[in-house]
Design a protein around this ligand. Structure first.
Ligand SMILES: Nc1ncnc2c1ncn2[C@@H]1O[C@H](COP(=O)(O)OP(=O)(O)O)[C@@H](O)[C@H]1O
Ligand SMILES: [Mg+2]
Length: 223
């Protein structure tokens, strides 16, 4: 698998096909048993893990809900200033969530505290996406950050991420194929292996697994 700087790449495949595993290998969270992962010409095995982590932002499937303020949940204690905070929130649609909070960004996101607020799954998900954007790393990995959302909301979110990629490299992971049509390239996984890759049109032309799954899902949506 090859990812060029500034590309929006999608990893697709059915549940259990290995998308999360591959993303963790690419981001250095897992070490490969065989083969190698390199950034430019440097093998990840030779890179200081801290160095690497600064270059990657992950919006994970299971994001953490910190019992802290909205501001802290997005900035994670880094101080990049208000404009960076607000910009990240806007891309994620978290600005609308914050606007409804009694104390805005200073609201504690935990009902166990005085004046604390609880958020819904979808609202937390926007905060988690804002956190990923605020980190402002050259590689952004979004691993099905949209489990709490329906297919249409996932599509809208991926579109926003794509439009605000701003030269970052983005890896979008999903099992919903309608969300990845406009990725620069798509890798299709099956049972832990890359079985096809190309643009949406190329993969449809191949008439293989991607085209099969796409047809199945398209029929399910139109039903
Ligand atoms: N290339 C591989 N070789 C061996 N096991 C794999 C491989 N890819 C994935 N797995 C295993 O398959 C399971 C599901 O993988 P996961 O990455 O969580 O799938 P997905 O994110 O596509 O749902 C995990 O137990 C994982 O360790
Ligand atoms: Mg997964």
């Amino acid at each position: 698998m090859r990812i060029d700087r500034g590309e929006v790449i999608a990893l697709v495949g059915e549940n259990g096909s290995g998308k999360t595993t591959l993303a963790k290998l690419l981001s250095g969270l897992y070490e490969p048993d065989g083969g190698r992962v390199s950034w430019d010409d440097t093998d990840l095995a030779e890179v200081d893990p801290d160095e690497l982590r600064h270059r990657i932002a992950v919006i994970a499937q299971d994001h953490t809900r910190w019992p802290l303020t909205a501001r802290y949940n997005i900035s994670m204690g880094t101080d990049k200033g208000e404009p960076a905070l607000v910009a990240a929130a806007e891309v994620a649609g978290a600005d609308q969530v914050v606007a409804e909070l009694p104390h805005g960004y200073s609201t504690l996101l935990d009902r166990r505290f005085k004046d604390g607020q609880e958020l819904s799954g979808g609202q937390w998900q926007r905060i988690a996406v804002a956190r990923g954007f605020h980190r402002d790393a050259p590689l952004l990995i979004c691993d099905e950050p949209t489990a709490a959302l329906d297919a249409r909301a996932e599509h809208a979110l991926f579109e926003r991420i794509r439009q605000h990629a701003d030269g970052r490299t983005v890896l979008l992971i999903t099992h919903r194929l309608a969300s990845v049509r406009y990725a620069d390239r798509i890798y299709v996984l099956d049972h832990g292996k890359v079985v096809e890759h190309g643009t949406h049109d190329e993969l449809m032309g191949l008439d293989g697994l991607y085209a099969d799954l796409y047809g199945l899902q398209a029929r399910a949506y139109s039903a």
